[in-house]
Design a protein around this ligand. Structure first.
Ligand SMILES: Cc1cc2nc3c(=O)[nH]c(=O)nc-3n(C[C@H](O)[C@H](O)[C@H](O)COP(=O)(O)OP(=O)(O)OC[C@H]3O[C@@H](n4cnc5c(N)ncnc54)[C@H](O)[C@@H]3O)c2cc1C
Length: 450
């Protein structure tokens, strides 16, 4: 049992917690920092390499991003690349693949062409590929019958890049961030405790006291809760964020028996749907076999494959009342969203799931059959989508609760792994000011930004 005091205490050892731990250890003058992780090692939930799509979301091929949003995500994504290059993690943790956004049919072809023209200045490496070029780059997108070389009937076009870093094992990167944080400055105390689930967090005077399930007690000048889907649960326990609920959107994947795609293939996003359109990605942890997904299914859990108390915690965190019911109703009264929800439910039902999923995935690879893929057991995670009860809306992207008294809670649905270093930067800027610390901004910007 521990009883220690730290300048900064981070709750949660996923990629968000590890990025915060790293940046504080490396770029501020704190004397001590501690990270508490509930499980036996870092990144066993959403940041694990098989839980997410392993994509560095830059904003160039994600058609749900506006140009203004892409200007922000470009910087955010570059930080991932710069960190990995700084620690020589290319081709070990971070990889290059070709990547593209594919338009299928007249309307989407027009959309991709316009988007290419709009985005090529921000991303000068982008290219526009017609069917002939796609035959070379990604032949399975073109043929309805791959053996007889019969082409699919619809027009297709893609915008993409050939030589960019696209893919990260975010689980391995979490370990690297923690390791680099612990090595950053031998003068600093940089403790990480495993099997240490924060149970209660209390404000005592101008400090915070964090009690863990194993009976240890830690105090800190500032606490950052980066506990993924559990962050809002812990916030509610302290009486914060009561104007929010959380909807756990599980994402699953299907994996092919072989390598089908050379790179990442994203599709045009239906703007009505709040979750990313299905895409195909080479899985760097499964010999480059193609992973299709993710699906989107509301589940009453805060974490997948671990069981335990997460069902009851999820019910509490949803914070169900009339406003939540209204948000749900507004979503499902739209027939497109309703069909999408129902279809995604069926994607999980053994017996019929594969056939139905293949129908959708055929938009990417038209020759795909149910025999080509399997439900990827044990893959996928949970996106904690925040429900704003005041505005009665589902919030897309990340959310933070900062009551202004020395604690911050971060909720990180997709693309939270890509934005981990940038989110940590935001928190650090606030906290150094709050605690009167120093931040080596010059070095930080030189190391992690262009
Ligand atoms: C299907 C899917 C696909 C995705 N694809 C991408 C993608 O391609 N690119 C991308 O950038 N993002 C993607 N994401 C999102 C990304 O995976 C998450 O945003 C990111 O991993 C969140 O990291 P985190 O550290 O905030 O949370 P997590 O990884 O969930 O980590 C939270 C940590 O907190 C710990 N914890 C919880 N409660 C406590 C407690 N009480 N005390 C101590 N520790 C606690 C947990 O054990 C865990 O280790 C995807 C997510 C899903 C589900």
């Amino acid at each position: 049992m521990n009883n220690k005091h730290y300048d900064i205490l981070v709750v949660g050892g996923g990629i968000s917690g590890a990025a915060t731990f790293y940046e504080f250890a490396k770029y501020t003058n704190i004397k001590s920092i501690c990270m508490l992780e509930k499980y036996e090692s870092l990144a066993t939930l959403n940041s694990k390499g098989t839980s997410n799509s392993q994509t560095i979301h830059v904003g160039d091929i994600e058609t749900n991003y506006t140009l203004d949003k892409a200007k922000i995500t470009k910087r955010t994504a570059k930080m991932i690349e710069k960190f990995c290059l700084q620690y020589n993690l290319q081709d070990k943790v971070m990889f290059k693949h070709q990547k593209m956004a594919l338009g299928v049919g007249e309307k989407e072809v027009e959309f991709i062409k316009n988007r290419y023209n709009e985005f090529k200045e921000l991303f000068p490496y982008l290219e526009l590929w017609d069917k002939e070029q796609l035959k070379e780059l990604e032949p399975l997108l073109v043929y309805a019958d791959k053996d007889k070389k019969v082409e699919r009937p619809e027009p297709i076009v893609a915008m993409g890049a050939r030589d960019e870093y696209t893919t990260v094992d975010f689980g391995a990167m979490t370990q690297e961030l923690a390791k680099a944080g612990q090595k950053a400055d031998p003068e600093k105390i940089t403790d990480i405790y495993y099997n240490s689930e924060a149970e209660y967090i209390e404000k005592i005077g101008d400090k915070f006291k964090v009690s863990t399930m194993d009976g240890s007690v830690y105090t800190a000048d500032f606490v950052i809760v980066n506990a993924g889907a559990h962050s809002l649960f812990l916030a509610h326990k302290m009486g914060y964020g009561k104007d929010m609920g959380s909807l756990s959107m599980a994402g699953s994947f299907y994996i092919t028996n072989n390598k089908y795609l050379n790179g990442k293939v994203y599709m045009v996003q239906n703007p009505k749907l709040p979750f990313a359109a299905l895409h195909g990605d080479p899985d760097i942890l499964c010999d480059g076999k193609t992973r299709f997904g993710p699906t989107a299914l509301a589940l009453l859990v805060l974490e997948r494959y671990k069981g335990g108390k997460s069902f009851f915690q999820c019910l509490k965190t949803m914070n169900f009342d009339g406003s939540i019911m209204k948000i749900m109703w507004d979503l499902i009264k739209d027939s497109e969203i309703r069909n999408y929800v129902f279809k995604n439910f069926l994607f999980e039902v053994p017996g019929i799931n594969k056939g139905l999923f293949v129908k959708d995935a055929k938009k990417i690879v038209p020759s795909l059959t149910p025999d080509d893929l399997e439900y990827a057991k044990g893959f996928g995670g949970v996106r904690p989508q925040v429900l704003n009860k005041t505005e009665k809306k589902l919030m897309l992207g990340e959310a933070s609760i900062n009551p202004g008294n020395g604690i911050i809670f971060n909720m990180t649905p997709s693309p939270g792994a890509t934005s981990c270093l940038c989110n940590a930067e935001r928190d650090i800027r606030y906290i150094v000011d709050y605690l009167g610390l120093e931040f080596d901004e010059k070095q930080f910007l030189a190391d992690l930004t262009e």
